[in-house]
Write a protein that binds this ligand. Structure first.
Ligand code: GUN
Ligand code: ZN
Length: 434
């Protein structure tokens, strides 16, 4: 961790509130010629360069980016590490896609060397795309999580992950048992949870692949340790929902299965939620649970359109998820491009400032980490990005026609991708340079 102060001068933008709650103008801070100061892995000051420069010692190192925008690091609230090698698998919707492509691909993680290789590729890809925090599904094998955390720890990243729990309706080569999933998860929690900036997430894959016994033990783990996360999938696909009803006829619906096993709560993140009903949104909000909105995946698997306005009506926490490998990009900029179209198809708008919120502070709130990440407020972790206005010829030309930061931001989200991310900083350290 660097103990010396360092300053970054550029245009600087961050979300400070949800535009759906406070209105667009009060939701962000923008410094056209801004200065961000970091010290010992944290942000120590943020403001207008003209005001802050005078307060800095004469010998401080100042990095000046004239045609770039500094934002907080992006937060991906739903992604699968062991699906890195199967992005873009042709032709199927959710349940056939799982059986045809996903389970065979995840089985390769039985080999620790393979897990290590893919964890390295995966972390590089996150950082290349400006994602500094992610909520990550491992495979059923504990070594998928060990490999990921070992490498995330070396870079001092703030990351959350868990081993998949799956004891039925999957091939024998990829299932655990209720007992073994409990024991293996517990060992990983003891090894990793709260170590540096790492956190553990109890990870039942989804209701169809867990027995009632396994879901009970998942709930028990959550009650045994403070501040654990829980991640799973919900209401992504209509066939999936019918299957859950058949497997759990005694429950009122899909969410009620998770509710019954005490898996809802302030650190619980449910991926997709495309077909949630009004009552389910209300119950999620009431319990402080969050939903990961995964537009590229929902398009790719033909799952449907997430109803963000309904979630907003219930004041439900929503983060953005790439859901690689059903999702088709690691880039949250690209994911926001698709999110905009999801709203258009429902006759709604997604303002660039709401998009910025979803990719940063909204994600941090979904993960209950808003006091550490998601903004550039002094005192928080120095996880931030330098986005390049000249990343591509078209972006460079198009931005010449942008009249204000709202237009600039929207164009960055429409044309942007990994090329837009010039630098990624985590805990004040440069962890990616394009
Ligand atoms: N539901 C259960 N498992 C998965 C998965 O791996 N990806 C997606 N998109 N949905 C799921
Ligand atoms: Zn998923």
């Amino acid at each position: 961790m660097p103990s010396t102060r360092k300053a970054y001068r550029a245009a600087i933008l961050h979300s400070i509130a949800d535009p759906a709650v406070v209105g667009i103008e009060a939701s962000y801070q923008y410094f056209e010629d801004g200065l961000l100061v970091t010290e010992s892995g944290r942000i120590s000051a943020l403001g207008h360069a003209s005001e802050l420069l005078a307060s800095l010692p004469a010998d401080i190192e100042i990095v000046h980016h004239k045609d770039a925008l500094i934002t907080p690091g992006f937060i991906d609230t739903h992604i699968h590490l062991p699906q890195t090698g199967m992005v873009g698998a042709y032709g199927e919707q959710l349940l056939d896609w799982l059986n045809t492509y996903t389970f065979p691909c995840e089985s390769q993680f039985a080999d620790k060397a393979h897990a290590e290789e893919v964890a390295g590729i995966f972390i590089k890809e996150l950082l290349r795309n400006g994602t500094t925090t992610a909520l990550v599904f491992g495979s059923v094998h504990p070594q998928s999580v060990d490999s990921f955390f070992e490498q995330a720890q070396k870079l001092d990243l703030r990351m959350i992950a868990g081993k998949v729990m799956m004891d039925r309706n999957a091939p024998d080569y990829l299932t655990d048992t209720a007992e073994s999933s409990y024991e293996q998860s517990k060992a990983l929690i003891e090894r990793w949870h709260g170590k540096g900036r790492l956190h553990y997430a109890v990870t039942p894959r989804f209701a169809p692949t867990s027995t009632p016994e396994q879901l009970t033990l998942a709930g028990q783990l959550l009650s045994e340790y403070p501040d654990l996360y829980m991640q799973t999938h919900i209401s992504e696909n209509l066939q999936e929902i019918e299957w859950v009803k058949a497997l759990f006829p005694e429950r009122k619906g899909y969410l009620d299965v998770y509710d019954h096993y005490q898996l809802l709560g302030e650190r619980s993140v449910f991926a997709h939620g495309v077909h949630l009903c009004d009552d389910e949104c209300a119950r999620l909000a009431e319990t402080g649970s969050a939903v990961a909105f995964c537009p590229t995946s929902n398009f790719f698997l033909g799952s449907g359109l997430f109803n963000l306005p309904m979630a907003e009506k219930h004041n439900l926490n929503v983060g953005l998820g790439t859901d690689v490998g059903a999702g088709t990009s690691f880039s949250l900029l690209h994911t926001l491009n698709e999110a905009y179209k999801v709203m258009q198809l429902q006759g709604a708008r997604l303002s660039p400032f709401k998009s910025l919120y979803l990719a940063t502070l909204g994600g941090a709130r979904a993960l209950r980490l808003e006091d550490r990440i998601g903004t550039l407020q002094p005192g928080t972790d120095a996880d931030f990005l330098v986005l390049d206005y000249h990343a591509t010829p078209l972006l460079s030309y198009r931005l010449q026609q942008a009249n204000n930061i709202a237009e600039t931001l929207f164009v960055l989200m429409t044309l942007g991708d990994d090329r837009t991310v010039l630098q990624t900083y985590a805990a004040g350290n440069l962890v990616h340079q394009r």
